[in-house]
Design a protein around this ligand. Structure first.
Ligand code: AHR
Length: 511
């Protein structure tokens, strides 16, 4: 009998033969435990980051009020619309390295009176400060994101940062609150998330953990809650899985000092330019996402020694792929511009799967960076703006936000092969599978250990060439599509081609 499964199997083999390099699909098992809750997947795990770097802000998100490019008060209209559709939960700004050389007063008041400053971190070019605090808050409001401001510890003072908090959050009556009102915002901005510096072990002042701890203690003392806004103060954690930084910093940090978050950064470097990856480059980069998971586990375990009740949340407030830059592209599109490809999408989905699986250990994750820089959601060039495969990976995984992560694993799949995360919202099951292998498709049997599944539907993002991406000339080359999936009894069945991301949503009964 020619069953649906035989049909799929034959189709996959034909597909694989057409590719000339892919192996036929093997059957792989995935186990999903709907009764084993991990934690709520905080929407903030799908956060983003925008720095004054290259053309992320100027020329990317911000085109200026007098631009012929369609804009809303200077914000690129197309970017606003797409970011609002994606529903960015939190946006971190103004850096990055830039944050520790940024003086917020430069970016308030009449734009024509704002000073022109040299961006020393990212190419010594001049910025006119037309995008400052008010513009950032307006952007966040337009796209529905919670603002996260990184303060200046490296070249700033506790007073400067304390004043910034007052300027943003004090309801009314103080000179700084009145200045904010005179600049157009009588209502306080109510900014909760404040980073106390950025990478202070490097571009944020080249400090030792003990030196930074001393600075943190001093700054945090003067950062206060105003009105109904409770601050969430974030300390600078390690680059990668540097356990020594965490241990020495925490040793130097008395428990009474206010700290709500501790931010590690984790980049996955690429050994080639974005569109020139070899299979080896692909494997090496995607394998780092299993190291990221190990880093989250180890950093959290170390923090737990000092913070048994988990009062301090762990963030990965910069993450993503960092490939070798093409000098010509950087010249044209700005520093740290890289083309986003199918491989970048797989990387984004592998990262989000890690965050879902470790939802009990993380409070936020911010991908670097929103437009034209590193692992971007959007690429923009003059009037043109496109959605990248990274954007679509986030879109595909959006249903997990706010759901409860449940245990899920692919027992026969050693890294870097199949990756899975699952979550549950009442009687709905959401599963994201990532197949990062370039040459192996799979027939998947996803079995729930409790209850039964029904009415499954799925969406896929896939392209057979890991170096292909959406470009200004071919903006819709890779977009999500519906994907066939069946659910009966306790099993969901589907096929996954190589290099694909699938999110399944299914009804769950009897749990
Ligand atoms: O995201 C680019 C840079 O990477 C940031 O400015 C810095 O924090 C990190 O090293």
């Amino acid at each position: 009998m020619f069953t649906r499964r035989t049909f799929l199997s034959v189709a996959m083999t034909a597909w694989a033969t057409r590719q000339g390099r892919a192996q036929g699909p093997s059957t792989e098992k995935v186990v999903i435990e709907p009764g084993e809750a991990i934690a709520v997947i905080r929407p903030e795990l799908h956060g983003h980051f925008a720095e004054h770097l290259g053309t992320c802000i100027y020329g990317g998100l911000w085109v200026g009020r007098n631009s012929p490019i369609p804009n809303i008060n200077g914000h690129r209209k197309q970017a606003v619309e797409w970011l609002r559709e994606l529903g960015i939960p939190v946006l971190r700004w103004p850096g990055g390295c830039f944050a520790d050389d940024y003086h917020w007063r430069d970016g308030i008041g009449p734009p024509e009176k704002r000073p022109r400053r040299v961006n020393i971190h990212w190419g010594n070019y001049v910025e006119d400060n037309s995008f400052g605090t008010h513009e950032f808050i307006e952007l966040c409001r337009l796209i529905g994101a919670e603002p996260y401001i990184a303060g200046n510890v490296g070249s700033g003072t506790p007073q400067e940062m304390r004043d910034w908090v007052e300027y943003c959050n004090y309801p009314s009556g103080s000179t700084l609150a009145e200045e904010r009102a005179a600049n157009g915002s009588p209502e306080p901005f109510r900014v909760r998330y404040w980073g106390v510096g950025n990478e202070n072990w490097g571009c944020g002042g080249n400090m030792t953990p003990e030196e930074y701890a001393a600075h943190y203690r001093r700054f945090a003392t003067y950062l206060r809650d105003f009105g109904d806004t409770r601050l969430f103060l974030i300390a600078c954690g390690p680059g990668g899985n540097n356990l020594e930084w965490t241990r020495r910093f925490m040793e130097a940090m008395p428990r009474r000092v206010r700290m709500h978050g501790y931010a590690m950064h984790y980049y996955s470097s690429g050994k080639n330019q974005a569109t020139k990856f070899t299979v080896e480059n692909l494997r090496a980069q995607l394998a780092t996402f299993w190291d990221l998971e190990k880093a989250v586990l180890e950093q959290r375990a170390l923090l737990d020694k000092y913070d048994k009740d988990r009062r301090i949340g762990l963030l990965v407030d910069e993450w993503g792929v960092w490939d070798r830059m093409d000098p010509e592209e950087e010249k044209r599109y700005g520093r740290l511009f890289q083309q986003i490809t199918m491989r970048s999408a797989l990387a984004a989905a592998l990262g989000l799967n890690v965050f879902h699986r470790q939802a009990d250990k993380l409070v936020m994750g911010n991908l670097a960076q929103t437009v034209n820089v590193l692992h971007a959601l959007l690429l923009a060039d003059g009037p043109r703006c496109i959605r990248t495969t990274t954007y679509y990976a986030f879109e595909l995984m959006k249903p997990h936000r706010g759901a409860t992560a449940v245990r899920a694993h692919a027992p026969e799949a050693p890294p870097p092969s199949l990756s899975v995360s699952a979550s549950r919202r009442q009687d709905e099951l959401i599963v994201t599978l990532v197949n990062p292998r370039h040459d192996t498709g799979a027939e998947l049997e996803c079995a729930v250990t409790k209850g039964s599944v029904r009415a499954a539907r799925a969406r896929i993002l896939h392209h057979p060439d890991f170096n292909a991406g959406n470009t200004f000339d071919a903006p819709d080359r890779i977009v999500p599509r519906d994907h066939p999936v069946t659910a009966s009894g306790a099993t969901v069945r589907l096929t996954m081609p190589p290099l694909s991301i699938v999110t399944i949503q299914a009804g769950l009964a009897g749990v």
